[in-house]
Design a protein around this ligand. Structure first.
Ligand code: EPU
Length: 428
């Protein structure tokens, strides 16, 4: 397995291009099987989570044509078996979107329970509640979720918690259900709006995406379209924080500044200069960072997927900062790794108290999940000395060519193959 070796202390500068949004792509790609003709999807990020979704589509029987690095054509019209195999589904959480998409297409679906990042209990009770309201019976046996319906019908659904996944899954199943579905307390993330725009361009009737009430009137047919995925809000935010942490001057290109407002606002509060351009954001830091508190919330609140990266930045700030995690039960597992780099962070449940330490120092560390890995990478870039990050497969689930992009900004980062003996030592 490979690792990243980073020599820290270099100021990032220049321009970086943001890829398509992971969390939009992993919803839109399964949605293509609802179309009665091929779809061409552009701006697909070249990351492992997306590759798994494409692999699942292909194993289901869809024809996949790679047009170029970020564009594929998907013809799902030949799919006959609505079953997602265990060995693929268990590798990522978003594979459960095949439940909604296959239900919408066949009124029947069988998908293994999802895997994905491990930061606390990750229930799917709200997805199930939604499917049941649409007239589906659900069984959970031998690690498989089986959903079956004689005919899906629209229904009002009030989500008990704001859930991105449940909102996506219900939308996917409801677009072809008979009648009106109203999702209340729906998620409002940019990728929900992107999925709604995609489905609408295929002929679906969806109103209110981006607000907390989404109304979907089922239609009989959906057709193939060409669609371009929005830029990745979290990848962009990660480069913004990396620029601030290294006293850099970076223009982050191909972004929708509106999606980055909560991140920009927090960086401005910390003394970072942010310049909004049409489809780019310039981030400049003179090295002085103010302390700040933040609480993660569903969109438009501060995104939980930026929480670990911000913990690094706050470690470099002057004074004491508090992070309250408002979405996940256990998203501070990375803190022990950051402490090895000199961070001073105390965690109590969903609250982390961060004492600014001025600088971090390089150390061998392990990425415990995707965003934790991104945080360690930023810590390595900003820290003094050499940082070695193991388990970088977590980082590559969500960041396209992160080492190449960081190097183009002046970072000293190498991808190094871990010798077999070290892999063995880790395994035992
Ligand atoms: N929840 C329930 N019941 C459910 C579903 C969720 O109680 O049926 C709870 C969860 O336990 C959590 C909260 O609701 O406390 C929010 O979960 P949500 O369903 O919104 O999360 P998700 O759909 O599993 C997506 C992103 C995550 C991101 C969260 C929150 C995708 C593929 N994943 O997960 O992204 O953290 O929304 O914004 O869209 C990442 O990209 O690093 C990542 C983890």
């Amino acid at each position: 397995m490979d690792k990243f070796v980073i020599s820290g202390g270099y100021r990032l500068s220049g321009e970086v291009e943001i890829s398509g949004a992971k969390n939009a792509a992993v919803a839109i790609l399964p949605a293509t099987i609802l179309a009665e003709s091929p779809c061409r999807i552009e701006n697909i990020p070249n990351i492992s989570d997306v590759m798994i979704i494409i692999d699942i589509l292909s194993k289901l029987g869809a024809k996949i044509k790679h047009i170029n690095r970020s564009t594929i054509e998907i013809d799902g019209t030949h799919i006959t078996q609505p079953v997602v195999p265990y060995d693929l589904a268990r590798r990522m959480r978003a594979s459960c979107y095949f439940l909604g998409a296959l239900l919408g297409r066949f009124s029947h679906a069988q998908v293994s329970m999802p895997g994905g990042c491990d930061f606390g209990v990750r229930p799917i009770d709200q997805h199930i509640k939604g499917f049941e309201a649409l007239g589906t019976s659900i069984t959970l046996e031998y690690g498989m979720v089986e959903a079956h319906s004689m005919a899906l019908h629209g229904s009002p659904i009030y989500l008990d918690v704001v859930s991105v996944g449940a909102t996506v899954n219900i939308m996917l199943a409801a677009v072809k259900a008979k009648g009106l579905t109203v999702i209340e307390n729906a998620a409002k993330e940019p990728h929900i709006v992107d999925l709604a725009n995609f489905l609408s361009s295929m002929g679906a009737d969806i109103r209110g995406a981006g607000t907390d009430v989404i109304k979907i009137r089922g239609v009989d047919h959906l057709h193939g379209v060409t669609y371009s995925i929005i830029p990745d809000q979290i990848e962009a935010g990660t480069y913004m924080v990396a620029a601030a942490a290294t006293h850099g001057d970076v223009t982050v290109r191909n972004v929708i500044p509106k999606h980055l407002e909560s991140i920009s606002a927090k960086l401005i509060e910390m003394g970072v200069t942010i310049e909004e351009l049409d489809d780019a954001i310039r981030v400049k830091s003179n090295g002085h960072l103010n302390r700040a508190n933040l609480k993660t919330m569903p969109h438009p609140g501060f995104p939980t997927d930026m929480q670990p990266q911000m913990a690094v930045l706050l470690s470099l700030a002057e004074g004491t900062s508090i992070i309250t995690e408002g979405v996940w039960d256990n998203r501070f597992r990375y803190v022990d790794e950051l402490k090895r780099m000199g961070a001073n962070i105390q965690v109590d449940g969903k609250i982390a108290v961060i004492e600014g330490v001025g600088h971090l120092t390089g150390a061998p560390v392990k990425a415990t999940d995707l965003r934790a890995g991104a945080a360690l990478l930023i810590a390595g870039l900003a820290g003094h000395g050499v940082t070695e990050i193991e388990d970088i497969q977590h980082i590559e689930r969500g960041y396209e060519d992160v080492d190449v992009k960081m190097r183009s900004l002046g970072a000293e980062i190498k991808r190094v193959q871990t010798p077999e003996s070290e892999n063995f030592a880790t395994a035992v």
